[in-house]
Design a protein around this ligand. Structure first.
Ligand code: FES
Ligand code: FES
Length: 157
């Protein structure tokens, strides 16, 4: 018998009451049950970072977390970055510095960077490089992502 639970996920301030199997990953629940498809799925085993969201302000690979574990916690996804018509400084910066090509990895990079920079906007280049190397991009070569995050960090201060 399948173990299902009714849980409430709070994503970008909106509550979604959903019924999921206990083994349902957070990223699947965010995309399928809650309809927030901005968070992408790549490797599904914690390597690529495409599925990165913030849980209580901390970057989390949502393919490695069960949806039931996220109940009652504050989840932020890429859909929550833009405020009205106003893009987040990092989104503006990614556009300005051509930090995306196909864009598949971009939501993960944005959420990773937002989560870290909100706590420490003054990362050194070495720390920034170390941070960004944790997510995979097959298109850009990383240089423009580095530039965009550096410039976006200044915009967030
Ligand atoms: S899909 Fe989660 S880390 Fe790749
Ligand atoms: S922009 Fe295509 S994978 Fe990063």
């Amino acid at each position: 018998m399948t173990d299902r639970r009714e849980i409430t996920l709070k994503i970008n301030g909106t509550e979604y009451t959903i019924n999921v199997e206990a083994r349902r990953t957070l990223v699947d629940a965010i995309r399928e049950e809650c309809g927030q498809t901005g968070t992408h799925i790549g490797c599904e085993h914690g390597v690529c970072g495409a599925c990165t969201v913030l849980v209580n302000g901390n970057p989390v690979r949502s393919c490695l977390m069960f949806a039931v574990q996220a109940e009652g916690q504050s989840i932020r996804t890429v859909e929550g970055l833009q405020q009205g018509e106003q893009l987040h400084p990092l989104q503006e910066s990614f556009m300005k510095h051509h930090a995306l090509q196909c864009g598949f990895c971009t939501p993960g990079f944005l959420m990773l960077a937002v989560g870290v920079l909100e706590k420490n906007p003054d990362l050194t280049d070495e720390e920034l490089s170390d941070l960004l190397s944790s997510n995979l991009c097959r298109c850009t070569g990383y240089e423009n992502i580095m530039k965009a995050v550096r410039a976006g960090a200044d915009g967030m201060k």
